[in-house]
Design a protein around this ligand. Sequence first.
Ligand SMILES: [Zn+2]
Length: 450
Amino acid sequence: MVEGLWFLINFFFLFEVTASVNFYHHNYEDLVRALYNVQNECPYITRIYSIGRSTQGRHLYVLEFSDNPGIHEPLEPEFKYVGNMHGNEVLGRELLIQLSEFLCEEYRLRNDRITRLIHSTRIHILPSMNPDGYEVAAEQGPDANGFLTGRNNINEVDLNRNFPDLNTQMYYSEKINGPNHHMPLPDNWKSQVEAETLATIQWMTSYNFVLSANLHGGAVVANYPYDKARTRGARYASYSATPDDTLFKKLARTYSYAHGWMHQGWTCGDYFEDGITNGAHWYSLSKGMQDFNYLYTNCFEITLELSCNKFPRQGDLEREWYGNRDALISYIEEVHQGIKGMVLDENNNGIPNAAISVNGINHDITSGKMGDYFRLLLPGTYTVSASAPGRKSQTVKVTVGPAEPLQVNFQLQPDKALSIQEEKTPVKNLNSKAHLKKIIPRATREEPQR
Ligand SMILES: [Zn+2]
């Protein structure tokens, strides 16, 4: 009996020690080792891949969780987390390492919630998008760290100001009832972006991501698109809503309310009601990653500001993990809402790139390579259409509930008459050079968080 008790005391002592030992700042080698350790512990549900290299040649490693790693299963949504885009904002990087270890451990312990999540979702975790900047910031350490040291990549470029600006095109397109999704990239975009940005954009287009968050520091708030103000010259209080504004607010609130204190609103000397903010309402930001996700892909991304101190002390990491753990899980679960289904042809083959339009929401999404689509929606009744070139479009009325996503399949029959007509009538091309020349980007003053 006494021996048993002694064993228990020892067990808890050891467990506590082991647990707290994990809360330390991981440099590049530590980060790689931590990811491979998780892969070793959970080989059947994980995969490590690199999306490319940083300017100094460090790999941008992603850890994937899935019941079938490396494979897209139709109707199983793809989710991503991106950390440490600003090299000196390091909490996201540490939280994503913790999250990886947690998902693996809990899966092995047969935790119901985690098992369900991994069986129904393909989760991609990029703990550091800016490993070069991190090393610069880490050299200074938590206490001596200047506000901006290591923020940029090694070429001194702010990666969250380095994506092609598609907002300007979109705001023009809105006025002329032009395209409302997948805006085209400028011709020479590749030569205008950094290695890290290029790798991330190619990653974004290789997977049909549905939901994402991008982890930062310097404030505590869940920030949702648009980041770039619609109104010329406006800087403060210029709320720039997307057509999915109510959904984005709900996504941001899911994080802030599952977080230990974010929802309380008062943090780092700022106040944000419910712990959320529209990006442009806070301050306008051009060429950010969050808006780019929404305007160029099917992915809905929010930006999470997670700590006042961009480089928290090691001793604070454990508290931060417990403050964020449930929020990180709950936010992934948000990928399972709205409607999803297959867009098929007359022979039941999937139709890729079919547009899914929802009446009243001026933002279409498209089906993936296998013809499956995912349309995040709040509960309600919607009129939804699927369309593809050369086919008759199909429209249905659906009622979305609060729990599981509703499966709505479409079958689009060929429309010979329609395809002949389309060939004859030149489609107005919004993306022509003539149109784009009319749009003059404006300079924006920027604040150093997002
Ligand atoms: Zn940041």
